[in-house]
Each structure stands twice: as structure tokens, then as C-alpha cells.
Design a binder for this molecule. Structure first.
Ligand SMILES: NC(=O)C1=CN([C@@H]2O[C@H](COP(=O)(O)OP(=O)(O)OC[C@H]3O[C@@H](n4cnc5c(N)ncnc54)[C@H](O)[C@@H]3O)[C@@H](O)[C@H]2O)C=CC1
Ligand SMILES: O=C(O)CCC(=O)C(=O)O
Length: 389
């Protein structure tokens, strides 16, 4: 029985994909794999762990370096919740420029027995007069799955869009509206935007404080939206800009204690991906990735292992999975072990990503544990397992 531990609620549509060969629950001990959304995962706390699947995009809640050092494969589900986040971003932006929440709260606060209620409402509505999105410029930092959708939705609302990504992927850029202006620096986005929205991963020391006192000094717009992660926008700068009237509002999915009661900060409960559709998409993708990895050694959408998407052919009896540090001569050393054991290799697939070398060695006989021992003894080998068919 394969053991899968869930650390958050995972959509039933995904969990239903596990056959009765799997035990799946939040109380499983010594799991082979973990399914998680936003809970913190210290991969060193789980002896024997093979994989973690993040049903979502951001993996800053998982100890990736520790996972790589122990040969634990970490997956995410690129794009599976992107539309949910993009729709929420456009919704809260639209609500903010029309003061929808404040206006509604004001109407609801009125006396229902006031005989002049209609008049009071008509008189008071001028307090909530807003602006339109059409014609304004949205600055988008990060043109990944979410940033591209946000840019396109903004274009459909007749906004101008200026966007920046230091590592744009061809697949994402082909989906981007061709009237979005893509610029080469974050400063160009900041200086041109009426509203600024950020969609990059949180990477400590890299995207941490990516929007900060220095670059935000050039911001002449009114709203900053952060539905990516706390820590990407420097909050001291935000408080200062709000206090000095240089920023009208900060809209975010990530609360901190000081923001909670700030009247110019709108906080949502990390709500971006919380739609039925996104939860199902993420769970299905995450479970498929885990099953493929546990049953076949196939790697798709890993954030720390190179991709290797090959199923064994029908005659294969054993697939030996070797995970090694990405250093020269490993393929030669691994094949030598098979030669010494007089085992014929039917197929050898190898991919590396600069840190991890990943090998799938298929043989048409059943191999025993001695091959695992011999491979594990190789100096730069991190982990070995055999899948029997
Ligand atoms: N509020 C919520 O519920 C959700 C939040 N997120 C957050 O949004 C982030 C983005 O999600 P996706 O667009 O799906 O991810 P993605 O991986 O498709 O896009 C991220 C983009 O950021 C860019 N990027 C990477 N390093 C960068 C750097 N140093 N500077 C600027 N850009 C950089 C990448 O080139 C990539 O195009 C996630 O990492 C996650 O933190 C994602 C889903 C739900
Ligand atoms: O699972 C969630 O609700 C959070 C999603 C998220 O933040 C992500 O996918 O990065």
C-alpha cells in the first residue's frame, strides 16, 4: 500500500484518482508522498519521503534545498489556478476604483426606517464617486501564467498594459495580447503605471523586497496589488507611501498584523486560488504527477528535478531510478554497475538540470537489492529505487 499524506484540504476530484493501492489521509505516518497547498513542509521531518506535490504554483512553503539534498522530488501545478487569481485581481481592482466595498457598507449602515431613505442614498452617493479602468495603465511585474492572464483581461477592459519579466517563457509570451507593451526593466513599469500588480514567485534574497523604497519612488499611480506573496513588496515602504498620501491603497492576499486595521489596505485571506475550478485543476494535476512519479519514475512539472517523461515499454520488468548530483561521468559509473552485475540495459534515459542528474534505467529482468546497494555506494549518488512491473 502506498501512503500519501495530505496537509491541506485537497479537492475530492483529485483524490479520487488514487486507486485502492493507495492510503490517503491527513493522519498517514511515514508517507511516501505529501500532497499540500499552503501548509509548511519541512521535508527532513519525513523519513523515506519520495515526493511532495504542491497543488498550486508557489513552493516557498516547502524546503526545496533540503528536498534536493535527500533526493525528494517536489512538484507544482503550473497554470492550474492562474485564471482564479487573475479574475480575483481584476475584480478587486475594479471594486477599488469604484469604492464598491465602502459604498455598500455605507448603504447597509443606513436606518431602514428613515422615510427619506432614497433621498439620503441619492445625496450620499457622491462620496463614492470613482474612476474608470478604461484608458488607465496597468503595470504588470511578472509575465507567467497569472501575469499574462491579468494583462489580457486588462486589455479587454481597454486598459493600457506595460509589463516586465526578466525570464519570459515562449509559451507564456505567445499567449500575451500583442498590444501589451513589454519593457526591459521594472523601473519602466513602475514609472508608467496607474495601478501596479505583481505576479512573481517569492524567492528569498531574489524577489524579496522586489518593490521597494528605491524603485517605488518613481510610482505616480494610486494602487498597488500584491496577490503573489507577502515579502515581495516592502511593507515599510507601503506604509510610508500611504501615510504620505503617495499611494491611495494597497490590495493584497497576504495579511500581516500591522495591515489588518489599516483603512487604506484591503486584505483578502489568501483567496486567489480558492475557486472550485482551480482547486479541482490543481488537485488533479498534482495527483497525476505523484502517481506518475511513484509508479513509473516519470517527472513532470518538478521544481527541483529535470523533466523526464518516459513510460517503460511492455517487456520491462524493472525500472531503476537513480538520482545523483549533477557532476561529470555519472552515466559511465552507473552503466558500469549494470555491466558488472551482467544486467542488460533495455533503455537508459538521463536528464540533468545543473544540480540533479536523473536516470531511468529499464531492464527486462527482475533486479534484486544488490544493484541498489552497488549504485547507492557511488559517491555522488543521492538516492536509488527500483520499480517492479
Ligand atoms: N494568491 C494566490 O492564491 C496565489 C498566488 N500565487 C503566486 O503567484 C506567483 C506567480 O504564479 P504564476 O504566474 O502561476 O507562476 P509562473 O511561474 O507561471 O510565473 C512566474 C513568473 O515570474 C517570473 N520571475 C521569476 N523570477 C523572477 C524575478 N526574479 N523577477 C521577476 N520575475 C520573475 C518568471 O519568469 C515567470 O514568468 C506564484 O509563485 C505564487 O507565489 C499563485 C497562485 C495563487
Ligand atoms: O492553495 C491555495 O489556496 C494557495 C495557492 C497559492 O498561493 C499558489 O498556488 O501559489
Amino acid at each position: 500500500m502506498r501512503k500519501i499524506k495530505t496537509l491541506n484540504n485537497i479537492s475530492k476530484k483529485g483524490l479520487d484518482l488514487f486507486s485502492d493501492k493507495y492510503e490517503v489521509s491527513d493522519s498517514v505516518e511515514s508517507p511516501e508522498a505529501i500532497l499540500v497547498r499552503s501548509a509548511q513542509v519541512d521535508t527532513d521531518s519525513f523519513e523515506g519521503l519520495l515526493a511532495v506535490a504542491r497543488a498550486g504554483a508557489g513552493v516557498n512553503n516547502i524546503t526545496i534545498d533540503k528536498a534536493s539534498a535527500k533526493g525528494v522530488c517536489v512538484f507544482n501545478t503550473p497554470g492550474a489556478n492562474a485564471n482564479a487569481v487573475a479574475e480575483l485581481v481584476m475584480t478587486v481592482l475594479g471594486m477599488a476604483v469604484r469604492h464598491v466595498s465602502e459604498a455598500e457598507a455605507w448603504v447597509k449602515s443606513l436606518d431602514p426606517n428613515d422615510p427619506a431613505l432614497e433621498k439620503t442614498i441619492e445625496k450620499g452617493k457622491k462620496m463614492f464617486s470613482g474612476t474608470e479602468l478604461a484608458g488607465k495603465t496597468l503595470g504588470v511585474v511578472g509575465l507567467g501564467k497569472i501575469g499574462v492572464l491579468v494583462s489580457n483581461y486588462a486589455r479587454w477592459k481597454n486598459m493600457k498594459v506595460v509589463a516586465y519579466d526578466p525570464y519570459p517563457s515562449a509559451a507564456n509570451m505567445h499567449k500575451l495580447s500583442n498590444v501589451v507593451t513589454v519593457v526591459k526593466t521594472i523601473d519602466e513599469v513602475i514609472s508608467q503605471a496607474d495601478y501596479l500588480t505583481v505576479h512573481v514567485p517569492f524567492i528569498k534574497g531574489v524577489t524579496e523586497n522586489m518593490l521597494n523604497e528605491k524603485n517605488l519612488a518613481a510610482f505616480k499611480g494610486s494602487l498597488i496589488l500584491n496577490f503573489a506573496r507577502g515579502g515581495i513588496v516592502n511593507m515599510e515602504t507601503v506604509y510610508k507611501m500611504l501615510d504620505e498620501g503617495k499611494l491611495a491603497g494597497y490590495l493584497t492576499d497576504f495579511a500581516d498584523a500591522r495591515s489588518l486595521k489599516h483603512e487604506k489596505i484591503s486584505i483578502f485571506p489568501h483567496l486567489g486560488a480558492s475557486t472550485e475550478e482551480a482547486e479541482e485543476n490543481c488537485a488533479v494535476m498534482a495527483v497525476e504527477e505523484l502517481k506518475d512519479y511513484l509508479e513509473f519514475g516519470v517527472v513532470r512539472n518538478s521544481v527541483n528535478f529535470p523533466p523526464l517523461d518516459s513510460y517503460p515499454h511492455a517487456e520491462v520488468k524493472s525500472r531503476v531510478v537513480v538520482i545523483n548530483q549533477d557532476v561529470p561521468n555519472m552515466i559511465a559509473e552507473i552503466t558500469k554497475v549494470f555491466g558488472a552485475a551482467n544486467i542488460n540495459i533495455a533503455s537508459f534515459s538521463n536528464k540533468s538540470n545543473g544540480k540533479i542528474g536523473y536516470n531511468l534505467i529499464d531492464v527486462e529482468t527482475a533486479v534484486d537489492d544488490s544493484i541498489i546497494d552497488a549504485l547507492t555506494k557511488l559517491e555522488k549518488v543521492i538516492r536509488v529505487r527500483v520499480i517492479h512491473f
